[in-house]
Design a protein around this ligand. Structure first.
Ligand SMILES: *Cc1c(COP(=O)(O)O)cnc(C)c1O
Length: 230
């Protein structure tokens, strides 16, 4: 069997086992396959095995891949999970289904204004920087709650939840404390905003812990497509 297929099966098994071991139904955790820096051929392989949601970090690379896969994979759901500058919002509003990396109202307003009429509202997650590391973009918990209220009012966006990249740490207790804090933020926001259903956290190395802490969408790159050189 092709390596990507084998790895994809392994990741599905990891997600199922993690869900079952904390009494969650495996279907409550979705898989976002992160294909950044990887060729369109790998995306096609995963697509043919049934994978539909893909995540990309770099706008231009993603736009090229989306265009080249449109005919063969018409129902891929594309998520932008990398930084977005205001001069790139228009092509993103036109080509993506989700933007998970929103941390400024100005960007959200542009995405809403530029979302084409014939497409459904663009799905949005707020990027939360739970560890408040200066090197990482994203909102504090307080900022996220304020921004959610503003974004919920924008007509061509649908506020779906929060996305977080926790601190890279070997300290599992510290990590799970952060993941639990994110879960609590998610629960508070979901009470106020009925469209919120997505807690995007967990990657190749920590997806089990993220599922145990309530993640509904894990973003997995390396464990499916192999390591990245760039
Ligand atoms: C690259 C990336 C991932 C995937 O990370 P892996 O460790 O390769 O699974 C997930 N989320 C974001 C935001 C990323 O940039």
């Amino acid at each position: 069997m092709n390596t990507i297929l084998q790895q994809l099966h392994l990741v599905h098994d990891r997600i199922s086992n993690a869900a079952i071991s904390c009494d969650r139904h495996p279907d409550t955790v979705q898989l976002l396959a992160v294909s950044k820096t990887k060729p369109a051929a790998g995306v096609l392989t995963a697509y043919q095995a049934g994978q539909r949601q893909f995540g990309e970090n770099y706008v231009q690379e993603a736009l090229d891949k989306i265009a080249s896969l449109r005919a063969d994979c018409p129902d891929i759901v594309w998520h932008l999970i990398g930084p977005l500058q205001s001069n790139k919002t228009k092509p993103v509003a036109e080509a993506f289904d989700w933007v998970q990396s929103v941390s400024r109202l100005k960007i959200a307003e542009r995405l809403s204004a530029q979302r084409p009429e014939h497409l459904p509202a663009l799905n949005i997650c707020l990027q939360v920087n739970i560890s408040q590391e200066a090197s990482k973009s994203g909102l504090s918990i307080t900022e996220a709650e304020v921004l959610a209220a503003d974004i919920a009012k924008l007509p061509r966006l649908c506020l779906r939840g929060i996305m977080a990249i926790p601190e890279a740490t070997d300290d599992n207790e510290k990590l799970s404390a952060q993941l639990v804090e994110l879960r609590q933020l998610f629960d508070r926001m979901a009470e106020k905003h009925p469209t919120i259903d997505t807690l995007s956290m967990g990657m190749s190395n920590d997806l089990e812990l993220a599922v145990a802490c309530g993640s509904t969408l894990v973003r997995v790159g390396t464990a499916i497509f192999g390591s990245r050189n760039v």
